[in-house]
Design a protein around this ligand. Sequence first.
Ligand SMILES: [Zn+2]
Ligand SMILES: [Zn+2]
Length: 278
Amino acid sequence: MRLAVLGSGSGGNSLIIESAGKRLLLDVGFSCRQIEQRLAGLGVDLEQVDALLLTHEHQDHCRGADVMLRRYGLPTYATQGTLDGAGLSAEAVGEVRAIRSGKPFEVSEAPGFWVEAFGIPHDAREPVGFVIEDAEGCRIGLAADLGSRSQLAWGRLQDLDCLVIETNHDLQMLRTGPYPWHLKQRVAGRHGHLSNREAADGVAELLSDRLSSVVLYHLSETNNLPALAAEAVGDRLDRDGSAARVVVTRQHEPTPWIEIQRGAHSLASGAWRQGTLF
Ligand SMILES: [Zn+2]
Ligand SMILES: [Zn+2]
């Protein structure tokens, strides 16, 4: 399995997962044209994507959905709350499928891919995170746009090979930064976004002998710096003896493909962290 983040931050989020010639897009927070261009840079045509999964209806996750669905007829999976919030209905755009949190399903357009959605604390109608497993049993978890770590979410994000987690802000930068007070309250609140520190604590709780990659996602360009996010999570991994590599994502450029192998590393192997990739 491999994944690439097309871009991430408050201006737009999207990532692609590929396994055995099948491809899933997770969120499309850029215009359809932007998605096409960023995919082309990774050697993928949007026609080659088999299905779209949406986490929630905020524009930075759904911006391109309407046009993309009309133009490409891409089968789309999301909770009913997200479909309603994003104005995506079968009559309007075609193949949309309502999913329920806690009910794993196999993506029929991409057999071998199993998906489990789980509810997360965020100020949207019915937001979810995902665990996605391929036919080899390789597992990726996505936890973004959540104001706090919930037992439910952390219970689902177990035994992962790759964790994609939000490191939205550095609390000090948020406090002293330019956002108006009410927005600072929203971002830092229980239904807002995870700080670097909260994400680092959250990662520490999910370490296992198979977690080989931690992808830092949804960094604020105003209230965070890539180096701060990488340091917060990297220090925590070092302290806990994890060999997992850290990949920091950016708003305006895609990551390269990130190869994920099942159980590629183990805590017992004594290997150290491969380093941080910006
Ligand atoms: Zn967002
Ligand atoms: Zn959001």
